[in-house]
Write a protein that binds this ligand. Structure first.
Ligand code: SF4
Length: 201
């Protein structure tokens, strides 16, 4: 499945989109788009991590805010800085054929920043995130995204241990605490960068 059917439906909903044949093309465009001396918030997206932009942009004077990489005592301020940076970069965990974005979050910072902030939101989304007609986006996330994400984060959840959702308890390190659908752009400038390759989970 590719973005041919989904892209027009996203645009009908008001999302600005750009289309890229490869992740490498998206990377080059992102480096050009951001330019120099910008502040960039990261939402913990493996799709964005896979683009490996941090080193090159830091050489151009850019500053990244990433709560996963800062000292515990600085996390609160890092989350605020990320939400109000010049750019916020993330992905979406599932996109329905009719153009609805589905996301889950453990802490809530990423989905909050996707909904509202002072700067430009760019979501880089691989074609593996497209959900076939009739399938619920959150089912895709629990089946495809949560097990590898929980393993990566060393969580003791049922999906990390068995590969299947067990509707685990918060004490296990559950990452499915907030479920958010976005049907139209919310309170910030939003572009969806649609990539015709698989990216992230
Ligand atoms: S509820 Fe728990 S077991 Fe189910 S997908 Fe989410 S983290 Fe995994």
């Amino acid at each position: 499945m590719n973005w041919d059917i989904v892209q027009p439906n996203l645009e009908k909903r008001g999302f600005a989109t750009r289309r890229f044949a490869t992740a490498a093309d998206a990377r080059a465009a992102l480096i050009e788009e951001i330019g120099e001396n910008k502040k960039i918030g990261l939402g913990g997206s493996m799709s964005v991590v896979s683009l490996d932009i941090e080193g090159e942009l830091k050489e151009k004077g850019c500053i990244f805010y990433n709560h996963s990489a800062c000292a515990p005592e600085n996390i609160r301020q890092e989350l605020i800085n990320a939400q109000f940076a010049d750019y916020y970069l993330a992905s979406s965990s599932a996109v329905s054929q009719d153009g609805v974005l589905y996301n889950i979050d453990g802490r809530g910072n990423r989905v909050t920043a996707m909904l509202w902030g002072s700067s430009k939101l760019i979501l880089v989304i691989g074609k593996n995130k497209i959900v076939p007609k009739g399938e619920d986006g959150f089912e895709r996330i629990r089946r495809e995204a949560c097990p590898p994400n929980c393993r990566r984060l060393n969580r003791n959840t049922g999906c990390a241990l068995t590969g299947k959702c067990t509707d685990c308890a918060p004490s296990a390190g559950r990452i499915c605490n907030a479920f958010v659908t976005i049907e139209h752009p919310a309170g910030r400038s939003t572009e969806l960068w649609l990539v015709d390759e698989d990216m992230g989970y």
